[in-house]
Design a protein around this ligand. Sequence first.
Ligand code: NAD
Ligand code: MG
Length: 392
Amino acid sequence: MSKEKKNIAILGSTGSIGTQALDVIRANADAFTVEVLTGNGNADLLIKQAMEFNPNTVVIADESKYAYVKDALQPHDIKVFAGNKAISEVVQMDSVDMVLAAIVGYAGLESTIAAIKAEKQIALANKETLVVAGDLVTALAKQHGVNLYPVDSEHSAIFQCLAGEWQNPIEKIYLTASGGPFRGKDAAFLATVKKEQALKHPNWEMGAKITIDSASLMNKGLEVIEAKWLFNLKPEQIDVIVHPQSIVHSLVQFTDGSMKAQMGLPDMKLPIQYALGFPDRMKSDFPRFNFMNYPQLTFEKADTKTFRNLALAFEAMDKGGNSPCVLNAANEIAVDAFLKDKIGFLQMSDVVEKCLQTVDFIGKPGYTDYVETDKETRRIAEEVVQSLKFKV
Ligand code: NAD
Ligand code: MG
């Protein structure tokens, strides 16, 4: 008996995760159909994807491109909408079984919440959603009986290690970090690096924002907070270990001292496919790991003195409340400013630190508190960027 196909809504289909998810779906056309595609800037790619996958609905977040996309897709009987509100609406369609949340940054929060409230299963790539509002999002997921299937490779690794262990408590987890392109460098070096260097990740090809976050170790900081919420952990149960080869994707240590790790070549298609296909492991032709190519797997301590972002993320997590939301918003502004050559690499941490010190603390925020915190932090972060701008 053949199983019914899973209908997927891909939010952020034109991005790095989105396009790789479509590769997975193309290779598993008997298991999945694409019901919704959404993009922001790259209208031509969105149109091309829609022509190939023939979804029910397409949303272009950038409203100025609506007419262009609509004209292109009208003859193909594909519905077209524009704007972020529309994304939050289309995820609720009855025909959608699962939503892949692969929009980057805070912009993905609202649609993910809308999908959870509509009781859609979630494959979660958008880690910022859990960093900003982890308590609210996980509580909603519980209330609506929705599973959050991690797409982030480290969290997918933990999730895979936990299969068959649901009743066994976790003692701690180790999130592995590649260390990024500047591993081992000192502050004097980092002060001079340009975006072109930071955008060259040794092991992964990803969108610009997460690539910068990986170079600054903010990505690992965001992942620590993401892990706290996904696996219901206390801050002291989460550790980070630098593993430059990116083969061990993360580890779980159980209460008997036994550790499980998940390994494989660094390829996001694997965690994407695991999240979309769960609980099945679907056959794939992804390249296989060869021990002879990796005679040594090495591990080292993360340098949180030089890469202050990781320490700031741990601080924000410990403090709780709206602090991680502040951390995220400040970082989004800082990364954008770095990508526009307005501030230096190390000054990204200055922006984040200043915002964590300045923005009013809220211990038990609700949704509107998060919206306000995000807005206020962006305003302050822009001011900090302006004050730093001329000192580069
Ligand atoms: P990306 O920049 O390549 O793609 C982002 C997607 O979101 C694009 O489709 C873009 O059009 C859309 N988008 C951007 N701004 C938007 C807005 N304001 N409104 C609506 N849509 C918008 O990013 P990515 O690398 O694919 O990352 C996506 C998410 O997945 C991020 O949260 C990232 O941290 C996470 N993630 C990515 C990787 C990776 O390998 N790329 C790995 C782990 C986790
Ligand atoms: Mg990751």
